[in-house]
Design a protein around this ligand. Sequence first.
Ligand SMILES: *Cc1c(COP(=O)(O)O)cnc(C)c1O
Length: 523
Amino acid sequence: MTALNTAGWRPEMGPAQHPDQESHAQETASGDKGLMLEEPLIFELGKPGSTGVDIDPASRAPSDTLERFRRKSQAALPGLTEPETVRHYTRLSRQNYAIDLGPFPLGSCTMKHNPRLNEKIARMAGFADLHPLAPQQTTRGALAVINELAHWLITLTGMHGVAMTPKAGAHGELCGVLCIKAALQARGEDRRVMLVPESAHGTNPATAAFAGFDIENIPATAEGRVDLAALKARLGPDVAGVMITNPNTCGLFEPDLKVISDAVHAAGGYVYCDGANFNAIVGRVRPGDLGVDAMHINLHKTFSTPHGGGGPGSGPVVLSEALSPYGPLPYTARMADGTVRLIEEEDAAEMGHSQAFGRMAAFHGQMGMFTRALTYILSHGADGLKQVAEDAVLNANYVLRSLEDVLDAPFGQSGPCMHEALFSDDNLPDGFSTLDIAKGLIDEGFHPMTVYFPLVVHGAMLIEPTETESKAGLDRFIGSMRSLAARAKASDATLKTAPHYAPRRRLDETQAARRPVLNWQGN
Ligand SMILES: *Cc1c(COP(=O)(O)O)cnc(C)c1O
């Protein structure tokens, strides 16, 4: 097998093509094909010493004190001119897929449109140019934004308090679990076990283990929900709490959550709810009414702030009355004079918040995401947010019912799904798998769906269309999925080697994960 015809590939990187795929001869002298532009690594492009800026030579020799700081050898920089640099990154960006190019149906990730109004507000100088250490009297407006967003999150979830500082969903999980730990410590109890359903997102058991708990799994029922009897049977004085995702990772609502919460509370434990899927129920269900003690909200999912390559996450955690006293510092509070203050360690006791478990972040959290999320919330209003949930669920059910005759839908009989539709590879012919459908989607011009998650379903394909796709957009996607299912059923061997039209053919997934080639020296 010969190498791909790319300047960036060298034999020591291992096979870049699926072994059963014929290699293609060099078709153009440049390696580019029309507007499909090839791109080497930046270190292969540049030459040492070349630069985008001209710096005057030093007018005098450095003093002896400074001389010892002089480099002994050339810095390992790629050495590119400005146009070379701009073209490099622009060419790479064209090989990327983005929510601004088309649907991104990754289940659980909620890859929805990022409204441009959010960006406009976030870029206002009064927000964008603030320094986290600026004196509080100069940042009152920004603090008021955090406080207003906190108020919305508490209201929408029916909870008692919120920790705004966590910087992602998983970071929020850690914050919530540390609150549980602090509450147990305050009660003088050493409960070691965290119960986690089989279908949980991997971050749930990872978080609980990181916080020092022992993880025990709770099985799922045949309908794809938490096995209530098994959970109740396991409760006892050693159980710190449960971590439950609702809607769960099979795309189903957990109608027993209130019963579960009551049972867990009666047994002295706490209920953590993974709220990453909140976009399915925002404005319709208040987790506080279901007995939840802590729940993170991914602003970058439910509230449309950019994620993936587009920006940092933000994972505020809403807390019940029982856990609020342990929430981290700093936090915002509206004072008697109407101003919003940031409460730090020195003011906590006076504010009646002396049991905080510590901090999740150096400063107040992801300010840029707070301005975007609040813009999103205010531009939708309470009625608009309710419609977000309704449209997310409607779109997912449209996908579920439009594909269940060609792909196995393991929980299709469990009733309507929430914001995502789950399929399996069960009725694909021998030799064809979920991976083939995912790779085929790339040729069709779509980002693949989430594959092989949740683990409770063999060969899972988890599709989350989100509420921002139109019916016409969904119909195009469904048309592609039906065509791919039909090609698999007809044992079309070309599907096994897809993608054929992407910048790269099918990679060796194991090599790519185990031996990623991250620099120009090929190691
Ligand atoms: C996305 C997600 C998380 C983790 O959130 P991050 O912001 O990526 O850390 C946790 N649970 C579920 C169900 C998710 O979808």
